[in-house]
Design a protein around this ligand. Structure first.
Ligand code: KG4
Ligand code: ZN
Length: 360
């Protein structure tokens, strides 16, 4: 495959959690390859990501995945203009593998290194589907670690408007799926089962819906599902007493209770900020109920909705390379002392105009 003369070719690397991914993206939009090695099978028996297992798998996978991304794009290391890597937030042992691989390549190839924020990259992924840059926009980022609403003036200038005060949406999906014995990861399993259920079968709480802020809370919803299934004050147990139809009804009702505040507050944010575009990214953005409900609500409110293409909702390096292009162009180049930003820190609140990192 030949590369256009004037294009900028970025190699992206993503290892923040349990997906090892590398991608080659031209000019921040044209995805030439996106290779992802998922560790789901390794973590499934533990019902969640085990950090040590994740880090070890990244070590094994990172070089083969980079080479697969280059081969699929039909490019060599010489064709790459810069290397973009997720430096946080995420699991420190996992991030360390991607950051070390990127620093090594930058040093050996004498190419610029660009540090990319994982959450901001999830927003950029929505722009991969837009025919023109969708900024300014309200960005809803819904993943296993984060649930946040941002005003994105452009990719280098954002403001946090609201976020979850407890569990992330994906975390709630995974925990409720575990209660219903639907396996891991829970989001896709609930999505599937809920398709056969009645979302009005059980009226679960919609926390903070009527509060004027743009924050979310899902921990009470999770407890409400637990008590509904096993009885008040009870812990997890067998769901053998529920028929398949009842499991589907609980899954659909839970999903509806989680989706409603996400959609209502996204629309409210767009109205308050007088912004015409909505972008949505992160693993939970793959959820079919959330997608259809956002389509309906944005249509009713006259807003343009840019949903991340399903293949770029969960963690991937294409979004990292895409944002890396914009950061490179803005001169945001990291040096070889780059270290992963540890922990699942939530971005700081309010009015942080940033150059290289969201909420930094
Ligand atoms: O963005 P992501 O890959 O990783 C983080 O940055 O956290 O998101 C993973 C989360 C998991 O909680 C998973 O259950 C959820 O995204 N997820 C879904 C769906 N697909 C993935 N949640 C609801 N419905 C889906 N179809
Ligand atoms: Zn993510």
């Amino acid at each position: 495959m030949s590369l256009p003369e004037s294009s900028t070719t970025i190699l992206g690397i993503e290892t923040s959690c349990d997906e090892t991914s590398a991608a080659v993206v031209l000019d921040g939009r044209d995805v030439r390859s996106s290779a992802v090695s998922s560790q789901v099978a390794l973590h499934a028996r533990y019902g969640g990501v085990v950090p040590e297992i994740a880090a070890r798998a990244h070590i094994e996978q990172v070089v083969p995945i980079i080479e697969e991304a280059l081969a699929r794009a039909g490019v060599s290391y010489d064709d790459i203009d810069a290397i973009a890597v997720t430096d946080g937030p995420g699991l420190v042992g996992s991030l360390l593998i991607g950051v070390t691989a990127a620093k090594t390549l930058a040093l050996a190839l004498e190419k610029p290194l660009v540090a990319v924020d994982h959450i901001q990259a999830h927003c950029t992924s929505a722009a991969l589907s837009a025919s023109a840059p969708p900024w300014p926009a309200i960005a809803l980022v819904v993943s296993g670690g984060h649930t946040s609403l941002y005003l994105v003036r452009d990719l280098l200038d954002s403001e946090l408007l609201g976020q979850t005060i407890d569990d992330a949406a994906g975390e709630a999906f995974d925990k409720v799926a575990a209660m219903l014995d639907l396996g891991y990861p829970g989001g896709p399993a609930i999505d599937r089962v809920a398709a056969n259920g009645n979302p009005r079968a059980v009226r679960f709480p919609r926390a903070l819906l009527d509060k004027p802020n743009l924050d979310f809370s899902f921990s009470g919803l999770k407890t409400a599902v637990l008590y509904h299934v096993f009885g008040a004050g009870k812990k997890y147990g067998s769901v053998a007493h529920l028929s398949d139809g009842q499991v589907s009804d609980v899954a659909a009702s839970f999903q509806a209770a989680l989706v409603e505040p996400l959609v209502r507050k996204t629309i409210r944010a767009a109205t308050e900020q007088n912004v015409a575009n909505v972008v949505v990214g992160g693993g939970v953005a793959a959820n079919s109920a959330l997608r259809s409900s956002l389509k309906q609500a944005c249509g009713d409110a006259g807003l343009s909705l840019h949903l991340t293409p399903s293949e770029y909702c969960t963690d991937n390096a294409a979004m990292v390379a895409a944002l890396g292009f914009h950061l490179l162009r803005a001169g945001c180049i990291a040096d070889l002392t780059l270290e992963p930003r540890a922990g699942l820190l939530r971005p700081k609140r309010r009015k942080s105009r940033t150059q290289t990192k969201w909420g930094a």
